[in-house]
Design a binder for this molecule. Structure first.
Ligand code: ZN
Length: 276
């Protein structure tokens, strides 16, 4: 396989994209948010996390020679209405984010790319991304995979977590650790405070290690004093490295399996009623 100059789609020339083997190329679309992350983390924490993990995956995939992994231009903004009380937050309407992603995947498919994964860094996007993947399967005709990085590593989060239950929610032990590892300069550890989530019901528990089965939309101005939800005082760079490494390992396994699927497997609407 000819080595690509870059794994970032936007740095390539069209003729380089044209030359890619569609069957052995997977496109990662990072998604995240520009939203408040307490007093100690930057607004772009979620999209920064997702994009850095995507870059590592592209590098690993190419070194392992399992095909080409390309990173699409990150979609910075997510749906963050529950953070709009805090200055700097930029929130897309759910329809806007969904339409944007449908158009991006339709463009990729126009050029024959059908292995697509949304790699998400923002919890508030999860419902829209799942619904958008269904839309894409109906409207575009291919089936993207949707993965939020933390959902693949609950066992690792339970192993390294030191905070009480509720300590991993937002700008929390997990996100602060990951940013300490990925971008130490952006974190102000002098400003971290524990701000544990308000428990609205015993079934709607918020914690990345073991989320409750019931979802009630968040409102940070209602549920948090500082914008943090969890306990970032327990964050360390070493935990951040474990989170990054484990996420890359698991998502790499997922990519390997996605690469092994056939085009038919990923083309929605191919199974017709009456064909068994
Ligand atoms: Zn976040």
């Amino acid at each position: 396989m000819v080595a690509l100059r870059s794994n970032r789609l936007w740095e390539l020339r069209w003729s380089e994209v044209a030359a890619l083997d569609r069957n052995s190329t997977l496109v990662i679309q990072p998604t995240g948010a520009v939203e408040q992350h307490g007093h100690h983390l930057p607004l772009d924490t979620d999209i920064h996390d997702a994009t850095e993990i995507a870059y590592r995956l592209a590098k690993r995939a190419n070194a392992a020679d399992i095909g080409t992994v390309l990173v699409a231009p990150p979609v910075w903004w997510g749906t963050s209405p529950h953070h709009l009380a805090y200055p700097g937050t930029i929130s897309l309407r759910m329809e806007t984010l969904s339409d944007l992603l449908v158009d991006i995947v339709a463009s990729l498919w126009r050029h024959g790319f059908y292995r697509v994964m949304f790699l998400n860094g923002h919890g508030g996007n999860a419902g829209v991304l799942a619904a958008t993947a269904l839309r894409i399967s109906e409207e575009v005709g291919i089936s993207p995979a949707v993965a939020s990085y933390w959902t693949l590593i609950p066992d690792v989060l339970r192993e390294i977590g030191e905070s009480e239950s509720g300590g991993m929610g937002h700008a929390c032990e997990m996100e602060t650790s990951l940013q300490l590892h990925l971008r130490r300069d952006g974190v102000d550890m002098g400003q971290v405070v524990a701000d544990m989530p308000r428990k609205l019901t015993s079934y709607s528990h918020i914690d990345f290690r073991s989320p409750g089965p019931v979802m009630i939309p968040w409102d940070f101005a209602r549920d948090s004093r500082t914008g943090t939800m969890g306990d970032p005082t327990t964050a360390t760079e070493a935990k951040g490295k474990r989170i990054a490494d484990a996420s890359v390992d698991r998502i790499f396994d997922l990519i390997r399996e996605l690469m092994a699927l056939s085009e038919d497997d990923l083309r929605a609407g191919r199974t017709r009623a009456g064909t068994g």
